[in-house]
Design a protein around this ligand. Structure first.
Ligand code: AMP
Length: 222
């Protein structure tokens, strides 16, 4: 394993991006930069920024590009990300975000190692999202069929494990539709740049992680 990595992870909601990005972050010892987690933390902290983001999130709508781009720019300029890399989860989600990210990484001399598209069919994603539960403190992901060991408190940090506010049927449908319309075009965009690998998201978390690590290490050693 070559330490450090600069990765973008795409995949529709329910593909397991959050779970796999946390594991990849531990494997390569790089920060996991999840725009959704950043927004949820701001909502929980009750900041003004969190209040603005919450309006969009509860409705299953995308937060405006200028807000998201500012958040990512600030995070990627921090020391750990500059020195070791990052795993971007949930960003970019629109063509405008992908273009700004490309420029930003170019300016900073931080080229991506790889973009991974975690592939899952819409019906499988829907089934996973309906049963998903998440730790409100550390964002570890569970499901009703794979709960934490003690009374919905997180096995990792003891935080409360809850259903996400935007995992309602209506918000899920809106988010999946936005993914199809706005984010799937990025798959071709990254493919045309030769930086995309597609990985099957179906399997145990260990199996999917092994596929991803194999793809990343092959690219880094090439
Ligand atoms: P996620 O945890 O990635 O599903 O994100 C949860 C919510 O945060 C999304 O439904 C959006 O409201 C907002 N969000 C996260 N990332 C982005 C992004 N790149 N662009 C716009 N909104 C985002």
């Amino acid at each position: 394993m070559v330490p450090g990595a600069r990765l973008v992870i795409l995949g529709r909601q329910g593909a397991g991006k959050g779970t796999q990005c946390m594991r990849l972050a531990r494997h390569y010892v790089v920060p996991h930069v999840s725009t959704g987690d950043i927004f949820r933390a701001a909502v929980k902290a009750g900041t003004e920024f969190g209040e603005r983001a919450e309006e969009y999130m509860v409705a299953g709508k995308l937060v405006p590009d200028e807000i998201v781009i500012g958040v990512v720019r600030e995070r990627l300029c921090q020391r750990d990300a500059r020195a070791r890399g990052f795993i971007l989860d949930g960003f970019p989600r629109t063509a405008a975000q992908a273009e700004v990210l490309d420029e930003m990484l170019d300016e900073e001399g931080m080229p991506l190692d790889l973009t991974i598209d975690l592939e899952i069919k819409e019906e499988d994603a829907l089934a996973r999202l309906a049963t998903r539960r998440v730790c409100s403190t550390c964002a570890t992901i569970y499901s009703t069929s794979r709960p934490p060991s003690i009374n919905w408190t997180c096995d990792n940090c003891g935080g409360e494990v809850v259903q996400r506010l935007d995992d309602t049927e209506e918000a899920i449908r809106k988010r999946l539709a936005d993914y199809n319309d706005l984010t799937t075009p990025l798959i071709d965009w990254y493919e045309a740049r030769g930086s995309l690998v597609q990985i099957d998201a179906i399997g145990t978390p260990d199996e999917v992680l092994a596929r991803m690590v194999h793809a990343i290490d092959s690219r880094k050693q090439a």
